[in-house]
Design a binder for this molecule. Sequence first.
Ligand code: FES
Length: 283
Amino acid sequence: MLGRVLERLIDAQSRWAKPLGEWLHGLMAAIFGRMLPIRDFLAGTWLGHPLHALLTDVPIGALTLVIVLDVVGQPVAADVALLVGVVTMIASALAGYADYSTTDGRARVRATVHSSLMLVSLVIYVVSLAIRATGPTSRTLPIALSIVAYLILAAGAFVGGDVVYALGNMVDRHAWRPAGAKWQSLDVGEIAEGTLVKAKAGTQALVLIRSGDTIQALHDLCAHAGGPLSEGTIVMGCVECPWHGSRFEIATGLRRRGPTVYDQPAYEVRAVAAGGYEVRRIS
Ligand code: FES
């Protein structure tokens, strides 16, 4: 019940978040589109894990500590924790904006609400930090500002969690796909050399690539956000996704370029004596 009310409240923000999101997404896509290695680094392609999710734990921990230290009367420690919180919040925001540059639809609207709340919270924290740095006779105002900022931070974290857990943004699209050594027959027509050919193996959609007598296959659904790899292009031994440009090695499914932080399921293909082909997952 409460969850539904909160969800409606968040969705009601789309009136301002949608146009703002379109503008902000255009800006971030233009910035990160010019520096893909930096975008991929911030996304966590090198790590195989979304960097933003990892970084957000640090400021939330430090900024929770600020409240505790302020309450127990440890001003110096509280100010240091606040400084750590602000610096790591900025680092976390950079990683978040790298992810934001490839969001779409409802996830983008909610990510806009999330980033707006975090930005307001960050500004209030910076003001609190600046006042603390002047050595004020009374710490009431900066402490009050920190508490307000923390409440906004908590609301922002709630919405950010929704972007991942409710809408599946930056979640591996193959997380629940079973591995397995079982051969399955392949439903496919002609497999022309050097082109991406869509095929079916049971309920699985695959993309096939022939090179001479060798046929290799990847799952068709991009691990990043579900783009159709069969509509992509072949680039330097990889399939490039048509949606955001992630590249996966044809032979292994290993990610070679982000924004994906996950590898793509790869399949072995064999011809059967009776005609046709079979596939089985290899990674
Ligand atoms: S869906 Fe985003 S790169 Fe494929």
